[in-house]
Design a protein around this ligand. Structure first.
Ligand code: PMP
Length: 442
């Protein structure tokens, strides 16, 4: 089986090893996206597919933005690549400065990476290096959460809480986990933050009691867990986690790879939840998904401590060939211009009520056991089929795609996170398509 022409419907799996994909299943029934504009993909048969997921939670300003394309093109002919080790180039400084202007309060020191996974590894390493710089070198333990997703590096896998990601691989010693906050018995069909579960933050106290605060460098959480099915934190949970972490000298890291850049109606989830973490990992919406890039936002306290710490030669022995890549910075600057001029970093806040009510309209349909919404995110959880977990939501995904709407599934949860430019008619299209599919399936 080979690709016979550009846009052919016959993908060859002889060479492209597809990531996070059941390759054999894909081979049997490929879905191929050929182009994209605004809210829509077009598949290789020329069918329009409404993007209900902003690609992979990243195309916040919609697809095919000419301004980003032009900026990338210009930058490629002007300065395609330059190292960032021991030297610089202006656009990386400019992008960092512009990001500093919108950064979460006090977190205006920016370290560039090329992906969410790299941002997570970077944030974890900064946390440990900071503790060492302030004379707390015994603090190397990292705490994550059950059902957390922090990318695919060994650090991220270790603090992450998804079995399939973790099995097979050796993990970091000293990583431990808080319980997740998913609780259908108490919180099903909550609108926004659920009522119950603030006490789960006290798990951090439990780990301090177990391991000793002097061994713990940082705790990392997604403010809203996305990849494991949209888990919105219970009211007061993140605030309580912050105060426990602070009390014990443990750094708080928000992994905002999904929630950063307007997904909740604020530039970052820090503002939405009124929490001030010490480090924030981002990627995806940073460049509207157009060029791979990530960034870690660090507090001045952390940055200052490292700049005046014991390692005089290179304060943080860490970096990537593509850190601050000029072309990615050009894409990021154009993206930021669009976000700011079109008010996109706040738009999800204006749409949130309409979105929430529309999605919650599906609650009485067959198989639906929970609906969760926050900002422009939704998770619709279905009753799993006996002995076939995940097959029901996967069938919804396939049928919705066939009817022209892209969704995302994880287990038996359908996750939605459309571009922030979505209009009412498109919200209606997503909801009515899911309505029809949920009635069709067994
Ligand atoms: N952290 C979170 C919270 C994520 O959602 C993701 C990706 N979905 C990552 C990290 C990893 O990002 P990437 O795939 O760009 O490495």
């Amino acid at each position: 089986m080979t690709v016979t022409s550009r846009g052919s419907n016959e993908p060859s799996l002889d060479n492209f090893w597809m990531p996070f994909t059941a390759n054999r299943q894909f081979k049997a029934a490929p879905r191929m996206l050929a182009s994209a504009k605004g809210m829509y993909f077009e598949d290789t048969d020329g069918r329009k597919i409404l993007d209900g997921t902003a690609g992979l939670w990243c195309v916040n300003a919609g697809h095919g933005r000419e301004r980003i394309a032009d900026a990338v093109h210009r930058q490629l002919s002007h300065l395609d690549f330059a190292p960032s080790f021991q030297m610089g180039h202006p656009i990386a400084f400019e992008f960092a400065r512009r990001l500093g202007d919108i950064a979460p309060a006090g977190l205006d020191r920016v370290f560039f990476t090329s992906s969410g996974s790299e941002s997570v590894e970077t944030a974890l390493k900064i946390a440990i290096a900071y503790q060492r710089a302030i004379g707390q070198g015994t603090r190397t333990r990292l705490i994550g959460r059950e059902r957390g997703y922090h990318g695919v590096g060994f650090g991220g896998l270790s603090v992450g809480g998804i079995l399939n990601n973790r099995r097979v691989y050796p993990l970091l010693p000293g990583a431990d986990h808080l319980r997740h906050t998913h609780d259908l018995d108490r919180n099903a069909f909550s609108k926004g933050q659920p009522e119950h579960g603030v006490e789960l933050a006290d798990d951090l106290e439990g780990l301090v009691a177990l391991h000793g605060a002097e061994t713990i460098a940082a705790v990392i959480v997604e403010p809203v867990a996305g990849s494991t099915g949209v888990l919105v934190p219970p009211r007061g949970y993140l605030e309580r986690l912050q105060s426990i972490a602070r009390k014990h000298g443990i750094l708080l890291i928000f992994d905002e790879v999904i929630t950063g850049f307007g997904r909740l109606g604020t530039p970052f989830a820090t503002e939405y939840f009124g929490v001030e973490p010490d480090l924030v990992s981002t990627a995806k919406g940073l460049t509207n998904g157009a060029v791979p890039m990530g960034a870690v936002f660090a507090s001045r306290k952390i940055h200052d401590a490292l700049m005046t710490g014991p390692d005089h030669v290179i304060e943080l022995f860490h970096g990537y060939t593509y850190s601050g890549h000029p072309v990615a910075c050009a894409a990021g600057l154009a993206t930021l211009d669009i976000y700011q001029e079109e008010g996109l970093l706040r738009r999800a806040g204006h749409l949130a009520t309409e979105w929430r009510e529309a999605i919650h309209g599906l609650r009485d349909l067959p198989h639906v056991i929970d609906i969760r919404t926050v900002g422009l995110i939704a998770g619709i959880e279905l009753q799993s089929r006996a002995d076939a977990i995940g097959t029901r939501a996967y069938e919804v995904f396939v049928r919705a795609f066939d009817k022209g709407v892209l969704t995302r599934v994880t287990g038996d949860i359908i996750a939605l996170s459309p571009p922030l430019i979505i209009e009412t008619g498109q919200i209606d299209q997503i909801v009515s398509t899911l309505h029809d599919v949920l009635i069709e399936i067994l």
